[in-house]
Design a protein around this ligand. Structure first.
Ligand code: GLU
Length: 381
């Protein structure tokens, strides 16, 4: 266990551009009344607005649809069948999104609802679309409010799914920090409720088997507090270069508290989201095609810019939008790899055209870039 230097904590938020906040149902929904805990929501909205005012982009992943929907549809939130949970989520999501809209709208911050399935974050093409939409919303100064699209979920909906979803969202958009607001203040070496020797960990640098063992599954009661899924979320987030924090969100203004020293566990990432994404692009996919580009485009790419159709000389192979393609110079040397914004048929049509001609050539307005700089890795040659 390493105690955390307050400077690290300051750094964590100071250097972050994108922060994902995951809010659990138990914080947002008052159990007795199955209604939104308005005072708490107003507090967190104030925290989020303060972060935005300090120049951060914030994404919220919020649970609570099922808990709220149960009351709306008059069903007991106990052992629900899958279709009852899905029905409850469908009804409750309207209220949930509305509550966030009101709470942030009071500060003149616009919200946008995003419902995702695990598949949307894992399938590359959907992943790229969801990522681009979310980044566009952030650029437009809105706060995306994300939940799982429970209506189309095929697997059992379980408590804790949103921990993983939040980590996948954080990885997908290249967030710097993911904060899981929970009813526990972090990871302990055992169950703090039963084991008097259990100690709190303020920082975890690696998710080792010993760390995993601290969450259960032997310890059912503690595991149901969601520590198993939280560690799974930490693995997803940190391997994508995103730091993760677990802290207790029950008291008002939890994000402000966190920045002023509230107890938490920080899971550190070994690399930046940018580096992790480039590794993912370069290392884990097989190229499906090739694009040859002119010297002007080579220079643009080497200075960190995107590949525009105007710089393309030829296209080979059969690929879909989102597939990995090789980029070669006109001497046939591969100079990089990237994820294509177009399938090969459309790529051939727009090859050599200016971006403002894409709509005329294809009949629809696609992306300006053939490969966006964020999705491009230039080889060290
Ligand atoms: N998507 C579920 C809901 O909104 C929550 C799942 C979870 O809490 O992890 O109720």
């Amino acid at each position: 266990m390493v105690s955390i230097n307050p400077l690290d904590r300051m750094h964590l938020f100071n250097r972050s551009k994108i922060i994902v906040i995951k809010v659990g149902s138990s914080l947002l929904v008052d159990d007795d009344k199955s209604a939104i805990n308005t005072a708490w929501l107003e507090g967190i909205a104030g925290d989020i607005v303060a972060l935005k005012e300090s120049g951060k982009n914030v994404v919220v992943v919020s649970s609570g649809a099922i808990a709220l929907g149960c009351r709306l549809l008059n069903i007991q939130n106990g052992k629900l069948k899958l279709q009852e949970k899905q029905a409850a989520a469908a009804a409750g999501q309207v209220l949930l999104a509305h509550a966030w809209m009101e709470a942030l709208g009071a500060h003149e911050v616009q919200t946008a609802q995003i419902l995702l399935s695990p598949d949307d974050t894992e399938t590359r093409r959907k992943h790229l679309n969801a990522r681009t939409t979310m980044l566009a919303l952030l650029q437009l100064d809105a706060v995306p409010v994300v939940n799982e699209n429970d209506t189309v979920a095929t697997a059992e909906i379980r408590f804790g799914d949103n921990d993983r979803l939040a980590a996948r969202v954080a990885a997908m958009i290249g967030a710097d920090v993911l904060v899981l607001l929970s009813d526990v203040d972090g990871l302990y070496t055992g169950n703090p409720n039963g084991d008097g020797t259990a100690t709190h960990l303020s920082k975890v640098s690696q998710i080792t088997p010993d760390i995993l063992a601290m969450a259960g599954p032997a310890n059912e009661a503690f595991a149901s507090g969601g520590m198993v899924t939280k560690l799974e979320a930490a693995r997803i987030a940190t391997s994508a270069g995103c730091q993760m924090i677990i802290c207790n969100g029950q008291k008002p203004g939890p994000l402000t508290r966190l920045q002023t020293g509230a107890k938490h566990t920080l899971f550190t990432a070994m690399q930046s989201p940018h580096t992790a994404r480039k590794q993912w692009i370069a290392g884990s996919l097989t190229p499906k095609g090739k694009i040859c580009i002119d010297d002007g485009a080579v220079t643009a790419l080497e200075s960190g810019r995107s590949l525009l159709p105007a710089g393309m000389i030829s296209v080979t192979g059969q690929f879909d939008r989102g597939d990995l393609i090789e980029v070669e110079n006109n001497a046939g040397v591969v100079i990089g790899h990237g994820l294509s914004s177009y399938g090969s048929d459309d790529a051939m049509l727009i090859c050599g055209h200016k971006s403002n001609e894409i709509e005329i050539v294809l009949g629809y307005r696609g992306r300006d870039e053939m490969i966006h700089a964020d999705n491009l890795v230039i080889s060290d040659i």
